[in-house]
Design a protein around this ligand. Structure first.
Ligand SMILES: [Zn+2]
Length: 82
């Protein structure tokens, strides 16, 4: 069975609402922890290296997004002030 246009969480296999994510919201923090600690042995054993790298990329994208958002916020705030 294929769900076209619907990504499945690499942790629990449930459909992911956010198309930019590879994990569901419930597992997003797990993914962040996994790449932050670099010692997600459980994840590594369960999903293999490829999946682990996938999480890494996902994390990078998310961080980039947050940084960009932060920059915009700062710029807008600056511009708004006299
Ligand atoms: Zn999940």
């Amino acid at each position: 069975m294929e769900n076209k246009g619907v990504k499945l969480c690499i942790f629990c296999g449930k459909p992911v609402e956010d198309p930019t994510m590879d994990v569901c919201k419930a597992d997003a923090s797990k993914a962040m922890q996994a790449m932050g600690k670099k010692g997600g042995t459980t994840t590594k054993e369960r999903h293999g290296k490829e999946h682990y790298e996938k999480i890494g990329r996902l994390g990078g994208q998310k961080v980039k997004e947050l940084v960009e958002r932060g920059k915009k916020g700062l710029v807008e705030e600056k511009d708004a002030k006299p």
